[in-house]
Design a protein around this ligand. Structure first.
Ligand SMILES: [Zn+2]
Length: 120
């Protein structure tokens, strides 16, 4: 059975740790930013209020994406610790190293991801 070698896993682990830090920082900063936006009707006009609401909802969806990604990054780091990293959650095949390099938090191989994407 094909496996990732130690060096490959180590380089992916470093990427994951970096991602984890970046995502945490992003979530911290955007939390502060989200708190600053006020929708005071007297202070701003209708257009800028809509602007602010749009920005707030965009910030919220970016935050949700970041927090989902952070969950996957943590799961991947846990999988490395459990020596269960790099396998597709669906078909149990080894995920291609190139794919993991681009997306170290990936939980599905490219084929299964394709199927999922098409179903959505
Ligand atoms: Zn698969």
């Amino acid at each position: 059975m094909e496996v990732l070698d130690k060096q490959q896993i180590q380089s992916l682990q470093e990427k994951l740790l970096r991602l984890q830090t970046e995502l945490k920082e992003h979530l911290d900063i955007s939390k502060q930013a989200a708190g600053v936006v006020t929708l005071d009707q007297t202070a701003v006009g209708r257009v800028s209020r809509m602007d602010a609401m749009q920005q707030q909802s965009m910030a919220k969806s970016t935050r949700e994406k970041a927090s989902n990604k952070l969950k996957k990054v943590r799961a991947a780091l846990q999988a490395i610790a459990d020596k269960d990293y790099g396998y597709c959650r669906k078909c149990d095949e080894l995920i291609a190293f190139k794919r993991l390099q681009a997306q170290p938090e990936a939980q599905l191989c490219i084929h299964c991801q394709d199927t999922v994407d098409r179903q959505q």
